[in-house]
Design a protein around this ligand. Structure first.
Ligand SMILES: [Zn+2]
Length: 142
């Protein structure tokens, strides 16, 4: 199924979960959409990869630059931080991209996503995250 189908199924499952849990927020919609697409981060040309990679590189660059600016000039700290961000993102994504529908398409990965959402925003968000991520796994098997 393509990314739009995954998003629609994820939204249906996620909205049902929100109704059952009696919670709603726009941030949860973001958790649902991300969860419904994230398993395909193992494909370099997937929609989620094309969105997540630049955001991850930007976020890591900003964090590293804050640290590096303590020791280096502004321009040097930006350049080194950007290079390191590319390397970090590459190191994280390379093992995930060994095989399509590998580790990112497993229930373990759904649990990791749910735990991350619990740590960021609480148990209800983790439940919604688990369901939306799992919806992708189920739809891919149809
Ligand atoms: Zn998939």
């Amino acid at each position: 199924m393509n990314h739009l189908g995954h998003m629609i199924v994820g939204l249906i499952i996620g909205i049902i979960a929100m109704l059952v849990l009696n919670i709603f927020s726009l941030a949860l919609i973001g958790v649902i959409l991300l969860g419904s697409l994230l398993p395909d981060v193992d494909l370099k040309q997937s929609k989620v990869s094309r969105i997540i990679e630049p955001i991850a590189i930007l976020a890591i660059t900003i964090i590293l630059q804050k640290i590096a600016s303590e020791f280096l000039s502004t321009i040097t700290s930006w350049i080194i931080s950007l290079l390191l961000a590319f390397v970090i993102v590459w190191l994280v994504l390379k093992p995930l991209r060994k095989k399509h529908r590998g580790i990112t398409h497993s229930f373990k990965a759904a649990v990791v996503y749910a735990i991350a959402m619990v740590l960021l925003a609480g148990i209800p968000t983790g439940i919604v995250g688990l369901l939306s991520y799992s919806s992708h796994l189920v739809v891919d098997r149809l």
